[in-house]
Design a protein around this ligand. Structure first.
Ligand code: HEM
Length: 128
């Protein structure tokens, strides 16, 4: 029986496993690998991001949307991101927080995707 996500060690395991899979992924791996110079720094940031959302321990205070705007991410890439994210969560954890992780990842991907489409199709720069 898998355990739920309970502490920062669980968050680190989740994030490390997810980005391990992302880096190997032939479709969206290159978008990350081309942009990220220092994976340790990115992973540290992502531990704080998910710690804030899932454990309610407020260690992240960035704004993630703008960094994605200039990246060449299509709608299908976001869908693919969600499937890797949800499979990773399921492979490691089970429970309420794990369900929330899957749901939050999906909702944020949808939000980034539709916001990016809106800005691009209206030829808008971010921030306006
Ligand atoms: C295919 C989809 C995605 C790609 C290719 C992608 C790529 C990236 C890259 C390259 C960075 C580093 C940017 C930089 O340092 O300039 C980044 C940062 C980040 N991403 Fe994504 N991302 C994707 C989806 C998502 C989703 C769905 C979420 C939220 C659930 C997310 C959350 C974040 C956060 C929190 C950061 C750190 C932002 C900061 O600097 O504070 N990403 N992403």
């Amino acid at each position: 029986m898998k355990q739920d996500i309970q502490n920062i060690e669980d968050i680190r395991l989740l994030v490390d496993t997810f980005y391990g899979r992302i880096q190997e992924d032939v479709t969206i791996g290159p978008i990350f690998n081309n942009k990220i110079q220092n994976w340790d720094t990115h992973l540290e940031k992502m531990y704080r991001f998910w710690q804030t959302i899932l454990l309610n321990e407020h260690t992240y205070n960035g704004s993630p949307f703008p960094v994605h705007m200039p990246l060449p991410i299509k709608k299908d890439d976001f869908l693919h991101w969600v499937s890797i994210w949800q499979n990773t969560v399921d492979s490691l954890f089970s429970g309420k927080v794990a369900d929330e992780a899957k749901w939050r990842g999906e909702k944020m991907a949808e939000m980034f995707s539709s916001k990016m489409e809106y800005f691009k199709s209206n030829n808008l720069k971010f921030p306006m």
